[in-house]
Each structure stands twice: as structure tokens, then as C-alpha cells.
Design a protein around this ligand. Structure first.
Ligand SMILES: Cc1cc2nc3c(=O)[nH]c(=O)nc-3n(C[C@H](O)[C@H](O)[C@H](O)COP(=O)(O)OP(=O)(O)OC[C@H]3O[C@@H](n4cnc5c(N)ncnc54)[C@H](O)[C@@H]3O)c2cc1C
Length: 401
């Protein structure tokens, strides 16, 4: 019996293997990952770990002994190079081959490369792995001027960490506001104001033309006719799903991810995909989507394991994500469009509020900002038709909406 092979030893993969074992599967399980580290959580890499407030040990999903204790074979530091679906084998970079009964593609995503002059100069960083965070942390400790290209979640979290470390920070964002595509104008303005209030030089509607350097190291970022001085740069312009293996194996996969059904199966029922790489059919939303968030990797990892075990569970939950920037902590549940009308409950100016996105009278998404222990209640409101004036009225408890 060949058992299950999981490719990509990240967060989704970790939850595939732990769920298989928790649910009593005693068949062989092998975890293949190209990083030398065992699975870890990435959110701290742009927050506490980058700031030096979270220990390295705290980011790992399992203890070092967990894998042997649970009879999970690990092949860390090893890349899966080819999947032969007819033979049900995976070729590995060390020249060996693994057979499988079930294969889970949990290969995650990679930072988009900004293909402009100077992009490979020393001091120009992206952030995905532990080593990236180590390098950036070292830079933040020794440099004065950070330029962040891209005002997305990772860019803004690094901005906050750098400001807290005392650096001057310029953020260069192509859109009219940071996070505009996700949050829409009113809430994107909230984040823009937050960063400006913390002394960030936030420039929007600007495209970066290239990086200047001296002796191989970045010295500035070219924007229009101007050069913004920089002695360290973070490029945070999004991530692309790692679909090369799936493509080569003849599976439906493109820039939107590996296409899977609501049980995370590809057209080949022996092959599943989970986490950042999966473009999965969500039964609550009624369409497929790819979600690049922590909660999704955990839940889809568990779901892929249950599908392998023949359980009837499906991808039926609302997406969820969170961020921490300075003293702002927020959680978002649901899936709204940026132009959906927004209703605010609470004090946006004071920084403690809940935002609701609505369409056709129904709540599509909700976000709690510095208001805690309400996200489960908000999740229960998503999809419901609720009078906007009641949503905004703090005298009506959330549980009575
Ligand atoms: C800096 C940072 C901060 C984040 N903060 C938040 C946050 O605050 N909130 C939130 O909700 N989400 C956050 N995320 C997103 C979250 O971490 C991801 O959604 C999650 O890690 C996805 O898990 P995954 O297992 O699908 O992919 P990954 O964690 O990327 O794991 C995939 C692994 O597969 C490996 N791999 C790829 N191809 C192969 C191959 N051929 N052979 C072997 N191995 C391979 C990759 O190297 C990687 O190790 C953050 C991400 C980053 C990078």
C-alpha cells in the first residue's frame, strides 16, 4: 500500500497529515517539502517574528518529534519534480521516487517578481520564508530608510514593523489607496490614515520604474521622474500559485490555481489540492475561488484529509483572514466586492468598530477592528438579509440582529 503523499510541507500540508492521523488513518503518509524547515506559520514572519517579539520555536506547527511519533515520513529539503498520474508516482529532486494512492498538492504560492531594472540588487527583498524574515529583520536593525513597493497586507505589516523599529518608511502603491481592491474606498482610507498617522510617507497612484544601486546594493527607487532614497526595499506585489507540477501532470491549473471541486479533488480523484494553490468550489458562495490566507490553509488541509478518508465534508465556509498593524488588530469574514456599500457600527474615527459589506440587502462580509470575540457572531450574520440601520445601531446586540 503506497498511502498518501503530500507535496509542499507548509501549513495546509501540516493539517493534511495531522488530520489523517487524528481521524485514525494508519496507512503510510509522506510529507515532501522543498524548505529545510518543518511546516511553520507564515503570519508571524511579517509581524511578531519580524519585530523580534515572537520566538523562532513558536512559529512551527508541530514539535520536531511529532512526525516520527505519528509515523509520518518526512522529506524536507526535497523538491517534487514530476508527477506521473498513470503510474501514480512522484519523482523527487534527490533522484528517488514515491508511489501514492492519494496525492495532495499543497505547494502554496510564491511572491510575484517585479521584473524591472535593478530588481536583483542586494537590499531588495520579498517575504515568504523564515530566511526572508531573518534577512529583513537584520536589515531593519541596521538600515534607516525602507521603501515598500505595494500597499497590500504584507507590505503594510512590514511597514508597521519598520516604523516600530524606528525606520523612515515610504510606501509606493499603484492603486489610489492601499488595500482598495479588497476593502473598498472607505476602509482602505482607514488603513491609509493609520499609516500616515504613524509617520509613513504613503504615496498612491504611483508606478515603480526601477531600482538604483551602488556597488551592487539598492540606493533608491525610481518613481516617475523622481528617485526615492532607500537603503532597503521590500517588494510586496502579491503572490502567484505554484502550479507548475500540476500543469506538467496535465491537471487543470493556471494563474488562478489548481482547479478542484468542493471536496478539493482535481479531475483525477487520486489527486487533490489544498491551501494557497487551490482554486476550489465553495458551496456557500456558489463559485470557485483561491484564498491566500492562514485559516483557509488550515481548514482545507483538514478537508483534503477527510476527502481522502471518504468523508462527505465540503468547502462550505466563509473565507476569513486577519491582520495586525501597530495597535490595530482586525478580522474579516466573508467575501465582498470592493464596491459593495459599507455600513459601520461603532466609532471608526476612534478605531474600534465593525464594518459590514452588503449587496441587495444581504451581508456579504464583516470586519471587526479592535473589537474582539465577535467574529463567530459576524460569521453567522454573513449571507443574511438585515436592515442596515439595525446593523449600524450599537444598541441592538449582534446576537439579536
Ligand atoms: C509574510 C506572510 C504573512 C502572512 N500573514 C497572514 C495573516 O496575517 N493572515 C492570514 O490569514 N494569512 C497570512 N498569510 C498567508 C498564509 O501564510 C498562507 O495563506 C499560508 O501559508 C498558505 O499555506 P499553504 O500551505 O497553502 O502554502 P505555503 O505555506 O506557501 O506552503 C507551501 C510549501 O510548499 C513548498 N513547495 C512548493 N512547490 C514544491 C515542490 N515542487 N516540492 C516540494 N515543496 C514545494 C513551498 O516552498 C512551501 O514551503 C501570510 C503569508 C506570508 C508570506
Amino acid at each position: 500500500m503506497a498511502g498518501t503523499v503530500v507535496i509542499g510541507a507548509g501549513l495546509a500540508a501540516a493539517h493534511v497529515v495531522s488530520t489523517l492521523r487524528e481521524e485514525g488513518d494508519d496507512r503510510p503518509v509522506t510529507l515532501v517539502g522543498d524548505e529545510i524547515d518543518r511546516p511553520y506559520e507564515r503570519p508571524p514572519l511579517s509581524k511578531g517574528y519580524l519585530q523580534g517579539t515572537a520566538e523562532r520555536d513558536s512559529v512551527f506547527v508541530h514539535s520536531p518529534d511529532w512526525y516520527a511519533d505519528h509515523d509520518v515520513t518526512t522529506r524536507f529539503g526535497t523538491t517534487a519534480t514530476l508527477v506521473d498520474r498513470a503510474a501514480r508516482t512522484v519523482a523527487l529532486s534527490d533522484g528517488t521516487e514515491l508511489g501514492y494512492d492519494h496525492l495532495v498538492l499543497a505547494t502554496g504560492s510564491s511572491p510575484r517578481f517585479l521584473d524591472i531594472p535593478g530588481a536583483r540588487l542586494a537590499g531588495v527583498h520579498t517575504l515568504r520564508r523564515l530566511a526572508d524574515s531573518d534577512e529583513l529583520r537584520d536589515e531593519l536593525a541596521h538600515r534607516q530608510r525602507l521603501v515598500v513597493v505595494g500597499g497590500g497586507w504584507i507590505g503594510l505589516e512590514v511597514t508597521a514593523a519598520a516604523r516600530l523599529a524606528g525606520l523612515e518608511v515610504t510606501v509606493l502603491e499603484y492603486a489610489a489607496l492601499p488595500l482598495l481592491r479588497v476593502l473598498g474606498p472607505e476602509l482602505a482610507t482607514h488603513f491609509a490614515e493609520l499609516h500616515r498617522a504613524h509617520g509613513v510617507d504613503l504615496r498612491t497612484g504611483v508606478g515603480v520604474d526601477g531600482f538604483d544601486g551602488s556597488a551592487g546594493r539598492v540606493t533608491g527607487v525610481r518613481v516617475g521622474g523622481e528617485v526615492v532614497p532607500a537603503d532597503v526595499v521590500l517588494v510586496g506585489v502579491g503572490a502567484a500559485p505554484n502550479v507548475a507540477l500540476a500543469n506538467a501532470a496535465g491537471l487543470a491549473a493556471d494563474a488562478r490555481g489548481v482547479l478542484v471541486d468542493a471536496q478539493l479533488r482535481t479531475a483525477d480523484p487520486a489527486v487533490l489540492a489544498a491551501g494557497d494553490v487551490a482554486n476550489a468550489h465553495n458551496t456557500a458562495l456558489g463559485h470557485s475561488l483561491r484564498v491566500e490566507h492562514w485559516d483557509n490553509a488550515i481548514r482545507q488541509g483538514a478537508l483534503a484529509a477527510r476527502s481522502i478518508l471518504g468523508r462527505p465534508d465540503v468547502y462550505d465556509w466563509q473565507p476569513y483572514f486577519y491582520t495586525d498593524q501597530y495597535d490595530l488588530g482586525m478580522e474579516y469574514v466573508g467575501y465582498a466586492d470592493a464596491d459593495d456599500p459599507v455600513v459601520i457600527r461603532g466609532d471608526r474615527a476612534g478605531g474600534e468598530f465593525v464594518a459590514f459589506w452588503l449587496r441587495d440587502g444581504r451581508v456579504r462580509a464583516a470586519m471587526n477592528v479592535n473589537v474582539w470575540d465577535v467574529n463567530d457572531q459576524l460569521r453567522a450574520l454573513v449571507g443574511r438579509e438585515i436592515d442596515p440601520s439595525r446593523l449600524a445601531d450599537e444598541s441592538v446586540p449582534l446576537e439579536e440582529l
